[in-house]
Design a protein around this ligand. Structure first.
Ligand code: 9MR
Length: 360
């Protein structure tokens, strides 16, 4: 195992640091490419394929356009992609009735060229809504109408091209109470069922997910989701998946009952997925934090591989060059498996080892 992992890391380093898109056979949006055999044999994607798991990353569209080694790594290492920002409502409908699908369409084209599935993120959230979606300007009835239209428009635009939708994102507080959002205040709890019904109407093939953070283990928050899923299922609402973002930090560890939690949602008939995994640390990094980080990544991956219906494991970015973490958590960072130079950390080899073991 170790020899294979190290060989893979060495190759990745060489290719990401020195390989041009052309020499590395890296796909671009313009020219669909077919990665060469050596690449296919070594990256996370190849081992995940053999393990029967989709492995993904969030994609920063500016980086995808401007940074060739980044672009090559997205194609080589991952079998699913998620738009980090460009499918959010503020991006797709900046002015009421005026849509801008350009950036999201570029990601869809890239994914198609590289035979990747797309996780659609996210239809209903309390962040990154367009400025014109404002409860001071719109009545509850108008808000319901614009939310419905937004969901129908967006899911219809991407119909047949999005594998999973994160339909609602982060609807509960950590204590299991409903998060106070524009949607809850104006539409009541029923907005969740409505959102799933509208999304399903627009694309009956897409798998529809709930998605949140701090919901890995059994907790007040995941209990709230469990009760909600039961309620939605009883009402015949088309909900298909429980998304666990997986934003971990080495100083807080990994909930030990993550697998137990996935399993109880699977018993309700849902698929599960890790949708935004990263493992941050207080800076500076040191060897023990780096080891704990690798364990955090693999603990979630193991839970996914041990579960019965965990269909994908997505990183929220794979390189510190573009990670959201330092901008939000003061003094923390180094949250992804590759550093700013795209050099792998032990977490990369650990993920690859775990996938390789599962592929045996
Ligand atoms: O990574 C995203 C960052 O670029 C945005 O500025 C931020 C805005 O809220 O959203 C980040 O992504 C979030 C994701 O959409 C939902 N779960 C939490 C993620 C990290 O904040």
């Amino acid at each position: 195992m170790k020899v294979r992992a190290l060989a893979g890391v060495a190759l990745l380093t060489t290719m990401t640091l020195t390989g041009s898109p052309a020499t590395a056979g890296a796909p671009t949006t313009a020219a669909p490419a077919h990665p060469t055999a050596p690449q296919q044999a070594t990256g996370l994607r190849a081992v995940a394929d053999r393990a029967g798991l989709r492995i993904g990353t969030a994609v920063d569209m500016n980086a995808l356009a401007d940074d060739a080694p980044y672009r090559a790594a997205v194609a080589r290492e991952f079998s699913t992609v998620t738009a980090e920002n460009v499918m959010k409502w503020e991006s797709t409908e900046p002015q009421r009735g005026v849509h801008d699908w350009a950036a999201a369409d570029r990601l869809i084209d890239f994914a198609r060229a590289n035979r990747q599935k797309v996780r659609g993120h996210t239809l209903v959230w309390h962040n990154q809504n367009p400025a014109w979606v404002n409860e001071r300007d719109l009545t509850p009835a108008q808000l319901r109408a614009v939310l419905r239209q937004h969901i129908i428009d967006e899911v219809t635009h991407f119909k047949g091209r999005v594998w999973h939708w994160d339909v609602v994102n982060e609807v509960f507080n950590d204590d299991g109470t409903w998060r106070d959002t524009i949607w809850l205040r104006n539409l009541g709890q029923g907005y969740v069922a409505d959102a799933f019904r509208w999304a399903h109407q627009a694309d009956p093939q897409a798998k529809l997910f709930l998605n949140d953070y701090n919901n890995e283990g059994v907790s007040a928050k995941s209990d709230a989701y469990y009760a909600l899923v039961k309620q939605l299922k009883a009402a015949g609402v088309p909900v298909h998946g429980y998304g666990v973002q997986g934003h971990l930090a080495v100083q807080y560890g990994v909930p030990g009952d993550t697998l137990t939690n996935l399993r109880r949602f699977e018993r309700l008939g849902l698929q599960t997925a890790f949708t935004e995994v990263d493992v941050r640390m207080p800076l500076p990094a040191d060897p023990i934090k780096v080891q704990a980080q690798a364990q955090g990544f693999t603990a979630l991956l193991q839970a996914c591989l041990l579960a019965d219906r965990c269909v994908s494991y997505t990183l929220w970015g794979f390189t510190d060059r573009y990670s959201w973490v330092p901008g939000v958590f003061d003094g923390e960072g180094s949250a992804t498996p590759l550093d700013e130079n795209l050099t792998p950390k032990p977490a990369y080899a650990a993920l690859r080892d775990t996938l390789a073991i599962a592929a045996r």
